[in-house]
Design a protein around this ligand. Structure first.
Ligand SMILES: [Zn+2]
Length: 201
């Protein structure tokens, strides 16, 4: 091994991050090596706290500060509890919140159905969604999974199981880039997709 073990192991860890190749990983590692001590210390502290200080909301499974049971959105009295927007990831909640045009609640699936990767309904927060709807008070479910093959298949699966529960099921309008992620859509596109949502059929 040419590099000291401690540098190589940092490079290996960085390479596992999305969008980081071997060159970027090496550049980042050497940047941290040369940077003032507190840069690396702040980063390592932030990483250590990342998992320790966050938890999933027990109602919608959005990410939240650890130590509470439900997130701020679930606890908010000013938001419409009869409307639930179903998304794949917490980042999608962030994207929709940024539009400022949605006043309902959310449900974060924590992924999508993917037979190829062996991800089935029980691997996602699907059952808790059915339970939420089953408790009553929900009039519409907006399926806002990404417009990808897996996102569409997940929406179809959810519709088939939600409609018999007597709830209106809608899907975000087309117009989002196909195969693209919600989180990358600009705010106006996202708002249009939200206001133009349609019954699936
Ligand atoms: Zn919540």
């Amino acid at each position: 091994m040419i590099l000291p073990e401690s540098i190589q192991s940092l490079i290996n860890s960085l390479e596992r991050l999305p969008g980081i190749g071997p060159k970027s990983a090496s550049r980042l590692a050497f940047f941290l090596l040369r940077a003032p001590d507190e840069v690396a210390q702040d980063l390592s502290m932030a990483l250590a706290n990342l998992k320790a200080n966050t938890a999933l909301c027990q109602e919608c499974f959005n990410i939240m500060e650890a130590g509470r049971e439900r997130c701020e959105i679930c606890e908010s009295q000013s938001r419409d509890s009869s409307l639930i927007c179903v998304v794949e990831e917490a980042l999608d909640v962030l994207a929709l919140e940024r539009t400022g045009g949605y006043q309902g609640k959310y449900h974060v699936l924590q992924g999508v159905l993917s037979p190829i990767e062996g991800i089935g309904p029980d691997d996602l927060k699907i059952k808790p969604l059915f339970e939420r709807v089953g408790r009553g008070g929900v009039s519409e479910i907006i399926l806002a999974t990404n417009p990808s093959m897996e996102g569409d298949a997940t929406a179809l699966y959810l519709r088939q199981h939600l409609e018999p529960l007597g709830v209106r099921v809608t899907r975000l309008a087309r117009g989002l880039p196909v195969g693209g992620d919600l989180e990358y859509a600009d705010q106006n596109t996202l708002l249009r997709a939200l206001s133009g949502r349609q019954e699936m059929g």
